[in-house]
Write a protein that binds this ligand. Structure first.
Ligand code: ADP
Ligand code: ADP
Length: 234
């Protein structure tokens, strides 16, 4: 089943009076349950693409369908609600709130969408156990290692059961061991819970967990790599 459809997406930036295409008519589909990697040199349009899908920036032309719904021309009001519930984000720099505990950071999306206190606690405990951060839930981000912070951020990105996880260089600030732990957890979520993940990465080790990789250059796809293991599933 097709979860995401990117159709003829174009993003033109005005750079010192010169129109520059960051995305030059890119099209692809993401199937439910895929772990899709996006790779490409710096400046090839990866962040622009991810930010368009995240509805953080508007494409110049083209459409983005999530579950057949065109999200590229959503009004600003419907966006905030929509983002938190249907997409989870994971960033290179963790983006945790330093004045909240790990538990409060993970609960943040839940508190925004009002679920009962006991429901929330159970859900937080379960996902924290999965990401092996259940023993540090009452600590603050500054007390945690990079790997722990990213696993807290991963727990937060999944707490609302979003249909799509967007990850921008999630291993970029991690040592190789923490990166491996994170990737194994994400892969587990992908395989056992059918979470669809779209990940931009420069990290070949991280990319090796993907079921398919799109290589982007100058705002278009120039190569695609599909892993055999995925084919039997589709
Ligand atoms: P990547 O994530 O692959 O490094 P980006 O999407 O950040 O690529 O950038 C693609 C191109 O668009 C680059 O040429 C970059 O300089 C340009 N670009 C990105 N954001 C902006 C912006 N806000 N204003 C102008 N140009 C931009
Ligand atoms: P990355 O390579 O990690 O995607 P970049 O250095 O390309 O990061 O971009 C960092 C930020 O700067 C992004 O938000 C991007 O939109 C913005 N940006 C990139 N190039 C330009 C540019 N030429 N003019 C204005 N903003 C830009």
């Amino acid at each position: 089943k097709r979860l995401l459809e990117i159709k003829d997406l174009e993003k033109i930036y005005n750079q010192a009076g010169q129109p520059t295409a960051a995305l030059a008519g890119i099209s692809f589909d993401v199937l439910e349950g895929e772990f899709l990697g996006i790779m490409g040199p710096s400046g090839s349009g990866k962040s622009t693409l991810l930010n368009c899908i995240a509805t953080i920036i508007k494409p110049t032309t083209g459409q983005i369908y999530l579950d057949k719904e065109n999200i590229s021309d959503f009004s600003r009001n419907s966006l905030a609600d929509f983002r938190g519930q249907r997409m989870g984000y994971l960033f290179q720099a963790f983006e945790l709130l330093d004045n909240l505990t790990a538990r409060e950071n993970i609960m943040l999306p839940l508190s925004i969408h009002g679920q009962s206190q006991s429901q929330q606690q159970e859900k937080v405990e379960a996902i924290a156990r999965y990401f092996e951060v259940d023993d540090i839930l009452d600590q603050f981000p500054t007390q945690l290692s990079g790997g722990q912070k990213q696993r807290v951020a991963a727990a937060r990105s999944l707490i609302m059961d979003p249909s799509l996880i967007l990850a921008d260089e999630p291993t970029g600030a991690l040592d190789s061991r923490s990166a491996k732990t994170l990737m194994e957890k994400l892969k587990g979520m992908n395989e056992n819970q059918q979470r669809t993940i779209l990940m931009v990465t420069h990290d070949a080790n991280a990319a090796s967990y993907c079921s398919r990789i799109l290589f982007i250059q100058d705002g278009v796809i120039f190569h695609e790599l599909r892993r055999k293991t995925q084919e039997s599933k589709q």
